[in-house]
Design a protein around this ligand. Structure first.
Ligand SMILES: Cc1ncc(COP(=O)(O)O)c(C=O)c1O
Length: 434
């Protein structure tokens, strides 16, 4: 008999995909699985096992899996053509709606992922200012591009602003061009900006850094310092866009950057990225500038394809439905409070961070505020991974490496209660053996 016929789907997956995943799901083989289908916030694997999903496609399926409006929009568009690499009705209407709600975006282009959107934003910033360095915050992720994986998980914690690559294989020049600042520390960030002002093209920030909210005045302060030094401010809204509010972090925190990058929730689960900015910055991409002083190459074969943009248009109409953001914030607060109470009832030191439909547990003592990468890192990573894997084994689908929990419009209090029951059960097991 052919041995592959005797393998489980999980074994076949482990045999062909490194770590049995497309990234970030380095599960032990006993937990490895292959997904068959999803509906709302439920998933089933190919063995029929049920999971409640707290990853939601790393936050891309904010509308919930299999949402009717999205499925219908895709079904209508698919027979009319999958891609023309040109503007279509769907992408035009979508761009008009994004520009309407995104004050930073006077002009916009689509691409196919968040990684591309931040990469083009950084390139535009360098070209527009004629400067080569960029500042990012330690621990921030801006996609799998070279900047995104610099000081993403630094281990040696060099003095600021020295970067540390978190991946091999990236261009060594990144060491000279990326400066690292501590999130939520305006004073140190200001010092770095003023020291390198003439060389810095942009500060790129996740307005909500991983799962950490900005302290009062931090984003406003960044806006003022960058403007004072001719440094562009880039909001990476790949996570916050359409999630914290319909108008994303710009609306939620009331700060307008120079450039903004979108992805994830925008596409309703379909591949999309977008980047927008002021007219004079975005205009650098016009092909008729080629050969003139400043011209920026951006092009994405699948960017703005009609199926993804039809899905995105439908996703935005779902987000505009009355009560959508009230629901996302209510269930997020419910989950975070429930997690806090579960830790407290068991006397386990830890903090629950997040905002809107996002939550994360950091196993660190209550009196130490968690404000940035270094304070998050003081949390016990081994315990955190044991808890994440324990939850996974109990039918909570999540990204055990990322530890950030994503809720969606399909989650309700019952789904959160299921999580909280299993969280409690997992804590009992992990802390009894600790
Ligand atoms: C803040 C942020 N920016 C960019 C990205 C990259 O997006 P993508 O995976 O679509 O390339 C991510 C992905 O997790 C992200 O969290």
């Amino acid at each position: 008999m052919n041995p592959t016929l005797m393998q489980t789907d999980a074994e076949r997956s482990l045999a062909i995909f490194p770590a049995g995943s497309n990234g970030e799901f380095n599960l032990p083989s006993a937990l490895s699985m292959v997904i068959a289908r999803g509906s709302g916030c439920d998933l089933w694997d190919t063995d029929g096992k049920h999971y409640v999903d707290f990853s939601m496609g790393w936050g891309s399926a904010l509308v919930g899996h299999g949402r009717r409006e999205i499925a219908e929009a895709v079904a209508q568009q698919a027979p009319k053509g999958a891609n023309f690499a040109y503007i279509t009705e769907a992408s035009l209407a979508l761009a008009e709606e994004i520009v309407r709600i995104s004050p930073a975006s006077e002009r916009l282009r689509f691409c196919a992922s968040g990684t591309e959107a931040t990469m083009y934003s950084l390139r535009l910033a360098r070209a527009f200012t004629g400067r080569s360095r960029v500042i990012k915050f330690e621990g921030a992720y801006h996609g799998a591009n070279d900047v995104g994986v610099t000081s993403l998980f630094p281990q040696r914690l060099p003095d600021f602003p020295t970067p540390e690559p978190s991946s091999d294989g990236i261009d060594h020049l990144v060491r000279d061009h990326v400066l690292i600042a501590p999130y939520n520390d305006l004073e140190t960030t200001q010092r770095i900006i003023t020291t390198y002002a003439d060389e810095v093209a942009a500060v790129i920030v996740e307005p909500l850094h991983r799962c950490l909210p900005p302290v009062s005045g931090f984003l406003q302060g960044l806006r003022e310092i960058t403007a004072a030094h001719g440094v562009l401010l880039i909001f990476d809204e790949v996570v916050t866009g359409f999630r914290l509010a319909y108008g994303g972090a710009q609306e939620y925190y009331g700060v307008v950057p120079d450039l903004v990058a979108y992805g994830k929730a925008l596409g309703g689960g379909y591949p999309i990225g977008a980047y927008g900015g002021q007219f004079e910055i975005m205009d650098l991409v016009r092909e008729d500038r080629l050969g003139r002083e400043t011209y920026v190459w951006t092009a994405s074969t699948l960017g703005g394809n009609p199926v993804s943009t039809a899905a995105a248009g439908a996703a935005l109409s779902v987000f505009r439905q009355p009560g959508a953001y009230e629901h996302l914030h209510e269930i997020g607060a419910y989950l975070r409070e429930g997690m806090r109470q579960t830790l407290q009832a068991r006397g386990i030191p830890g903090q629950i961070i997040g905002d809107g439909p996002l939550a994360q547990v950091v196993f660190t003592r209550e009196e130490e505020p968690v404000l940035d990468y270094r304070s998050t890192r003081r949390g016990d990573a081994e315990t955190s991974r044991a808890v994440m894997l324990g939850l996974f084994g109990r039918g909570i689908f999540l990204n055990p490496m990322g530890t950030k929990l994503y809720l969606s419009l399909a989650h309700d209090k019952a789904a959160c209660d299921t999580f909280l029951d299993r969280f409690d059960d997992t804590l009992a097991k992990v802390f009894s053996t600790a």
